[in-house]
Design a protein around this ligand. Structure first.
Ligand SMILES: [Zn+2]
Length: 106
């Protein structure tokens, strides 16, 4: 891969991707707030009152899908890391489109 041979669009996407990757952690999946009963037997949630919201990261789909509880102290980061992953993925997709076109040129 010769940098001089890259299109300006390609160079721009690559440096953007590098910046995103260098800026911190990344996680894939989606974040969902799920309401659950707690373990305190006399809590209102066991008597029909509102259940407790918890944040979960859901990764994968179908039978292989996994769900991870995100502690309160990490919730803000979870959203940031997910956004970073999605941004990087979007740029990878654009780069892939460029290279598909290149492959098809022969
Ligand atoms: Zn409860």
């Amino acid at each position: 891969m010769n940098r001089a041979q890259m299109s300006s669009q390609e160079r721009e996407l690559r440096s953007k991707l590098n910046r995103i990757i260098a800026s911190g952690e990344m996680v894939r999946g989606d974040l969902a707030i799920i309401y659950k009963k707690c373990t305190t037997a006399d809590c209102g949630c066991h008597k029909g009152e509102q259940k407790h919201p918890s944040l979960y990261l859901r990764v994968g789909s179908g039978k292989g899908r996994k769900q991870y509880y995100i502690p309160k102290s990490r919730q803000e980061e979870a959203y940031q890391w997910l956004a970073r992953y999605r941004e990087a993925k979007e740029i990878l997709k654009e780069l892939s489109d460029i290279y598909i076109a290149k492959l098809r040129e022969g």
